[in-house]
Design a protein around this ligand. Structure first.
Ligand SMILES: Nc1ncnc2c1ncn2[C@@H]1O[C@H](COP(=O)(O)OP(=O)(O)OP(=O)(O)O)[C@@H](O)[C@H]1O
Length: 119
């Protein structure tokens, strides 16, 4: 039980590290809070809220994997290296892909409802 609690604590400190050190993570979290508030205000059905939740957590998890990979690359290759650049750029690209996906999901699920309200 103690081991489980320690692992949980370490996982939380990984989340805290990412929020503290990565500006992008702060931006993702702000966007997540705004999208959640708007979707609750719009009284979206549970299935659509679930899609939004999956989308939001995918972006946050991708940013954390990116941060972890950056740390490993800086550890093993503090000097410039072609492969270090590939690793960092591909990981950053993965975050961008999840962010683009979140824009598509917001456009498909939230925009039609907001547009309906504004009419
Ligand atoms: N050891 C390295 N060798 C080669 N290129 C690197 C290395 N470290 C970083 N780069 C490249 O330099 C650019 C900037 O990387 P850097 O890590 O400074 O910022 P970042 O990727 O935006 O991450 P963050 O700002 O979150 O620390 C990226 O294209 C990255 O791939």
């Amino acid at each position: 039980m103690l081991r489980l609690m320690r692992s949980f604590q370490w996982a939380l400190s990984g989340i805290a590290y990412t929020v503290k050190t990565q500006l992008n993570m702060k931006i993702h979290l702000l966007a997540a809070v705004l999208v959640t508030a708007v979707s609750l205000f719009l009284k979206m059905p549970p299935a659509e809220l679930a899609v939004l939740a999956i989308t939001i957590f995918m972006v946050l998890a991708a940013e954390m994997f990116n941060t972890a990979l950056e740390a490993v690359v800086d550890l093993v290759s503090p000097e410039q290296h072609r492969l270090a650049k590939i690793a960092k750029d591909v990981a950053a690209g993965a975050v961008l892909v999840t962010a683009l996906n979140s824009l598509a999901v917001a456009y498909l699920l939230i925009w039609p409802r907001l547009e309906g309200l504004l009419r």
